[in-house]
Design a protein around this ligand. Sequence first.
Ligand SMILES: Cc1cc2nc3c(=O)[nH]c(=O)nc-3n(C[C@H](O)[C@H](O)[C@H](O)COP(=O)(O)O)c2cc1C
Length: 189
Amino acid sequence: MGRKSLAPTTMLFPTPVVLLTCVDERGKPNIITLAWVGVVNSEPPMIGVSIRPSRYSHGCVSRAREFVVNLPTAEMVRKVDACGILSGKETDKFASLGWKPVPAEKVSPPLIDECPVQMECKVKEKISLGSHDLFLGEIVALHVKEEIQKEKGRIDIAKALPFVYCPGAHEYWDLGKSIGHYGFTKGKP
Ligand SMILES: Cc1cc2nc3c(=O)[nH]c(=O)nc-3n(C[C@H](O)[C@H](O)[C@H](O)COP(=O)(O)O)c2cc1C
């Protein structure tokens, strides 16, 4: 089969899909769906999120320098997509999507109760890249629902029900099944 060159674009698939919560200058919470997201450091634990300056949430994160990264389940996919179309400028997304805000421990933006995992972050750096600004956030508190925890603090992925976004296809996919674990080829490549 041949190979066709395309114009350079961010053809890195899949990416995570997260719900970032933030607050405006009056403390009113908002939610934005993000896919330009990734782990950027282990010690201290840090996450990078890229947000276009035109987003309502961009101003909230820039001012408060705090956010929460909430991981949704596959069952939430329709609302996650809707959250990525609506704007906090004119819509109360917590009310219209029917999600419950829960106070965070160390930051002002709330956690989304329906999500099994929440990471509270404080912004360490903001870097303008072009179309997006990259916010590097240090995770200062982590919450994981008990029902998705296994022994030794491991996550039960079958219960966490994560899903991903595939930019090249503009599609959401679930994770299917496990095909190995970290280091399982040690001594037998
Ligand atoms: C799957 C998906 C991924 C998205 N990823 C990003 C992203 O990484 N960065 C961004 O600025 N906008 C992203 N968006 C768009 C915002 O979620 C969308 O513009 C949203 O309405 C902005 O909300 P706000 O105006 O309340 O901030 C994404 C939307 C969807 C549906």
